[in-house]
Every structure is written in structure tokens, then in C-alpha cells.
Write a protein that binds this ligand. Structure first.
Ligand code: UD1
Ligand code: UDP
Length: 372
């Protein structure tokens, strides 16, 4: 029997770890599994836990409004100590690039557990972008024993850092596992939120879906993003922009101030994962700075404008499924208007192959663990 602890704390980590939890649970004779949430996010995390029916064994419940990186990091490390010491996992699984990921890796290393990193090897090599995620990833890779890379290019990044090839497995991204499974479940799905969106957009020619939260875009970047969205809304009065706004106060404030009173911009609270998948499906174009959304959207045939200056997901740019527009107001506006009016370009982009996997990443990870 292997004692395994899965630790995560934010919305995207939960979505991307859910398929692994489900897969590990199919092997009760080989894996004793416990799940620990730091609750770096609260409401946005609980929405995902509800949908995937994950009941955590440990909940550190650390989120505070407007939290900062110093206290977040130290609280996670401190609070994990008793859990790691009492349960004594052989393997700890962390995901991606958040402060939960980095701090949990450090704590797990201190406890003597082997640390396994899901979605390993993404790099921009620019320590300020994305901030602090690029450094979180690099620290996590340094600590981890096993690395589950979503693509060949993320594996190459790890090899370039002298990580041994036998400790790396290319799996695809578990976000596709979650998406495929959830798309099946939401086929005949409905909710009050969906009814509300249908009613808000019933006279619209098309929906443009927006999300955004990156720390490096806080301040000036978000003001430019909001001004671009305002201009798109004015240029396309028959279209609706639907924007479920991230709960970070540094995002909520400028978005509500600049976009709060525009007729065809609908600001919503964060959507549950099934509601969000439904909305992605209904949308014509997605404008986002999210990592997960740019990985999911090509599987639904939706072109994405990515509001980032750098990318750790070059596969999507090479495949042509996303276009990097940064936070440059004029570029966001011109690319959005062009894609929505140029059918040939739109159709080409919406039919491209998703480079992030076949939905079997969590099975590959489970087989790897079982063989260790
Ligand atoms: C975090 C991650 C980022 C990830 C993103 C996914 C870090 C440093 N950042 O950014 O890598 O891409 O999550 O969304 O790890 N809040 C709530 N309720 C919630 C969630 C957040 O009120 O359910 C508010 C709180 O005021 C909180 C603030 O948002 O203090 C910021 O949350 P935090 O996790 O520190 O940063 P994010 O911007 O969410
Ligand atoms: N998502 C969601 N509800 C929303 C917005 C996004 O469930 O209102 C999902 C989305 O499908 C994706 C993930 O959240 O899987 C992305 O999370 P986020 O953008 O917060 O973080 P990132 O991926 O940038 O780290």
C-alpha cells in the first residue's frame, strides 16, 4: 500500500486534480488516499469540490480577503506540518504553479515524502511573468521527485534543468480529462445561473466570454483590458460580453468601476465549473488571461485571445488555437473585431487540434504511481 496525500488550494488546481482523485480511488488495494485543501481560495474552490463531489480529509481554511504572498506562503507551510507528520504520506501530489503548490512542495520535502508534480515543466524563464507562478514552478521542479509534464516541450524544459528523464512522464493535461468527463455530465444540464445568462443575452447576435485575474496585470494592465472591452462593446452593440469576475478585490474593483454600467457587458460572480463549460460552449470568442481556459477552449472549438505578454504554453500559440494580445488595448480590440468578422480566419482557428492531450492523463499518472 502507498500512502498518498493530494494537496491543492485554488479553483484551477481542484479542477485539474479532480480526475486524478477519481482515478486513485479506483485502486483502494494499492493506494491509501487523503486529500488536503489549503483553501487558498474559498468560494471558488468549494464550487469545484461540490461539482466533483470531493470531500477533503483536511481543510486548512486559510483564505483571507486581500491576502498577501508572505502570509499565504508561511501559513501553508506551518499548517501542513501536523498533517504531514500524522499521516506520513509516502507520496505527496501537488499541481501547477500557485503559492499552495510551491509552499506544499517545500513542506512535503521537509517531511521526507516523495513529491510528485502534476502539470510540470511549464516555463517562460521570465521570473516576473507570470508572477509569482514562474518562480513557483521552478522551485517546485527543483524539489519534486516525479514530474508529470503535459507536453513534450514541457518535458524538454525539465531536461534542460537536468531533471532525469526516467523521472518525467508526458501525460497530456488533466484539464482535458476533467473537461471530457464534465461535458458528458452537463449535456442535459441546467441551472438558475444559466437561465439568467440566457435571459441577459437573448437578443444578442453572439457572446464574447471574458475572464482575467493575473497578478502581473493588476493595476494598469486591468485598466487597459477594461477599456478594450468597453470599446469592443461599443463597436459591437448587437453582441454581449459576459464576464464572470474573479473575486480578487484587485480585479473586482477596476472591472466594476469601468464596466459596471455598460448595457451589453454582463458582469457575473464566478460560475460553477458546469455553468462555465456551458457558457464556453455558447460563446463565439473567448478573451482571457487564464491558463486553464486557454487549454480547454480549443477542445470546444473556441478561438482564444490571451491577455498576456509572455506564455508558458507555446504549444497553443504554435498550434494556432490562441493568439497572444497582451494587455495592449488596440490589439485586443482589433483582433477581437477581426476574428468576429473574418469568417475564414475564425473557422480555421476553431477547427485546430488541441495540443493538450487526449483526456487520459490521470490514467497515465495512476499507472506510473502504481509501478513505483
Ligand atoms: C491564485 C493563484 C494563481 C491562479 C489563480 C487561479 C497565487 C499567488 N495565485 O490567484 O496562480 O492562477 O489563483 O484563480 O497562488 N478570493 C475570494 N474568494 C475565493 C478566491 C479568492 O474572495 O474563492 C479573493 C480573496 O480576497 C483573496 C484574493 O481573492 O485574498 C486573492 O486570492 P489569491 O489566491 O491570493 O490570488 P488569485 O489572484 O486568486
Ligand atoms: N472557471 C470556472 N468558473 C469561472 C471561470 C473559470 O469554473 O467562472 C474554470 C475554467 O473552466 C478553468 C479554470 O476555472 O478550468 C481556470 O481557472 P483560473 O482562470 O482562475 O486560473 P488559471 O487557469 O489561470 O490558473
Amino acid at each position: 500500500m502507498k500512502k498518498v496525500l493530494i494537496i491543492f488550494g485554488t479553483r484551477p488546481e481542484a479542477i485539474k486534480m479532480a480526475p486524478i482523485i477519481n482515478e486513485f480511488k479506483k485502486h483502494p488495494n494499492k493506494i491509501t488516499l487523503k486529500v488536503c485543501i489549503t483553501a487558498q481560495h474559498r468560494e471558488m474552490l468549494d464550487q469545484v469540490l461540490n461539482f466533483f463531489q470531493i470531500i477533503p480529509d483536511y481543510d486548512l481554511d486559510i483564505m483571507q480577503t486581500g491576502q498577501n504572498l508572505y502570509s499565504l506562503t508561511s501559513k501553508i507551510i506551518q499548517s501542513l506540518k501536523p498533517i504531514l507528520e500524522n499521516f506520513g504520506p509516502d507520496y505527496v501530489f501537488v499541481h501547477g504553479d500557485t503559492t499552495t503548490t510551491m509552499a506544499s512542495s517545500i513542506a512535503s520535502f521537509y517531511s521526507g515524502s516523495k513529491v510528485c508534480h502534476v502539470e510540470a515543466g511549464l516555463r517562460t524563464l521570465n521570473k516576473l511573468s507570470p508572477f509569482p507562478e514562474e518562480i513557483n514552478r521552478q522551485i517546485t521542479s527543483r524539489i519534486c521527485d516525479y514530474h508529470f509534464a503535459p507536453t513534450e516541450s514541457s518535458k524538454i524544459n525539465l531536461l534542460n534543468e537536468n531533471i532525469l528523464p526516467e523521472n518525467i512522464l508526458v501525460t497530456g493535461n488533466t484539464v482535458i480529462d476533467a473537461l471530457f468527463e464534465s461535458v458528458k455530465r452537463v449535456k442535459s444540464y441546467n441551472s438558475e445561473k444559466i437561465d439568467k445568462i440566457v435571459s441577459l443575452t437573448k437578443n444578442s447576435k453572439e457572446i464574447i466570454l471574458v475572464t482575467g485575474h493575473r497578478r502581473e496585470n493588476h493595476g494598469d494592465g486591468f485598466i487597459k483590458i477594461c477599456n478594450a472591452l468597453k470599446e469592443i462593446a461599443i463597436e459591437l452593440p448587437e453582441s454581449s460580453i459576459v464576464y464572470p469576475v474573479h473575486l480578487n478585490p484587485k480585479v473586482l474593483k477596476p472591472v466594476n468601476e469601468i464596466l459596471g454600467n455598460i448595457k451589453n457587458i454582463h458582469l457575473l460572480s464566478p460560475l460553477s465549473y458546469p455553468d462555465f463549460i456551458w457558457l464556453m460552449n455558447k460563446s463565439k470568442l473567448i478573451i482571457t488571461d487564464s491558463g486553464g481556459v486557454q487549454e480547454e477552449a480549443p477542445s470546444l472549438g473556441k478561438p482564444v485571445l490571451v491577455m498576456r505578454e509572455t506564455t508558458e504554453r507555446p504549444e497553443a500559440v504554435e498550434a494556432g488555437t490562441v493568439i497572444l494580445v497582451g494587455t495592449k488595448k488596440d490589439l485586443i480590440v482589433s483582433e477581437a473585431l477581426d476574428l468576429l468578422s473574418n469568417k475564414k480566419r475564425y473557422n480555421k482557428m476553431s477547427k485546430l487540434h488541441n495540443p493538450y492531450g487526449d483526456g487520459k492523463a490521470s490514467i497515465k499518472i495512476t499507472n506510473f504511481l502504481n509501478k513505483l
